[in-house]
Design a protein around this ligand. Structure first.
Ligand code: SF4
Length: 294
């Protein structure tokens, strides 16, 4: 009986997610934007999203890779296990390289990425898909910030353009088509999935997932990400000492740049910056020169 109730609520949720993808594909085709651009990070939400997109392609009778292309933004700071998982299980995913590595960004920005100024996301994670219809694994359950996200979004829409994508008015549609090269349309098919829904779907569909989840990780992402909090930063950087050392070396080079730019700094070495950086209480405060640098 319990199982029947679960089936009754879960299946419609999956069907809704599949229909969102099909709607997005149809709009993408009608606007001449081609296949869907699927943002794929290799984490559980991406794997779930992949399964939903696959179902959508099957439902409309189009081979998956004619229906969608999957893109992984190579960050250079993802856990090696995750990178390996993507290579092995999703060899058809496009691997999009960054223009500047995290180490180069730290040097150029002259400060570490922090919870207040996380410049690296825009450079390493959020590039690609301009002028395309993108599908993401964004979910409301992930954070309060994401509660404001919708099933469908029109990124880059100006106030003057004011119309949202799913508007049948032909004039409005043309107006948007002129703006297409600068813009990104987004569908978030699994926006209403809970963590449990994601795992249930992965298990029921027998989808592969990264082994780090079986080692206690609940979320996967960049090694040393300041958004994860100091404790998690410290644990990760102890586990991956090569990345820890690369951060310290980048902070050393950053200090040289700060001095050349005439920016005050209380730090003498990259190690001091590192110790500050993995201490939440301190690294949540603004840094001298931060305003001028951005
Ligand atoms: S380290 Fe964190 S803030 Fe920086 S790109 Fe990665 S996820 Fe974004």
């Amino acid at each position: 009986m319990e199982q029947l109730q679960l089936f009754d609520t879960f299946t419609p949720k999956i069907n809704r997610a599949v229909e969102r993808v099909i709607d997005a594909y149809k709009f993408s085709q009608s606007l001449g934007l081609g296949k869907l651009w699927v943002c794929f990070s290799g984490g559980k939400d991406s794997v779930c999203l992949y399964g939903i997109v696959k179902k959508a392609a099957e439902k409309v009778g189009i081979p998956l890779l004619d229906f969608a292309e999957l893109h992984y933004n190579v960050t250079g700071i993802d856990p090696p296990e995750l990178v390996q998982f993507i290579k092995e299980e999703f060899p058809f995913v496009h691997r999009d390289l960054y223009k500047e590595s995290m180490w180069q960004l730290i040097e150029r920005k002259q400060m570490p990425p922090t919870r207040l100024v996380r410049y690296c996301c825009a450079e390493l994670k959020e590039k690609g898909g301009e002028g395309r219809f993108c599908a993401t694994g964004v979910r409301w359950a992930e954070s309060t910030q994401r509660k404001s996200r919708g099933e469908f979004e029109d990124i880059g829409k100006t106030k003057a353009e004011g119309k949202i994508l799913f508007n049948d008015n032909d004039d409005d549609r043309r107006q948007m088509e002129h703006c297409i090269p600068k813009r990104k349309y987004v569908v978030n098919p699994i926006i209403d999935f809970t963590d449990e829904d994601v795992w249930q779907f992965i298990r029921e569909e027998n989808l592969p997932y990264c082994k780090l989840y079986d080692q206690g990780y609940e979320r996967l992402g960049c090694i040393g990400c300041p958004m994860a909090g100091g404790k998690r930063q410290q644990e990760e950087l102890a586990k991956y000492p090569k990345f820890r050392n690369a951060y310290i070396r980048a902070f050393d080079r950053m200090l040289i740049k700060r001095k050349e730019s005439g920016l005050e700094t209380k730090w003498q070495t990259g190690q001091e910056v590192f110790d500050w950086w993995v201490n939440n209480d301190k690294s949540d405060t603004p840094i001298e020169g931060q305003g001028e640098l951005f």
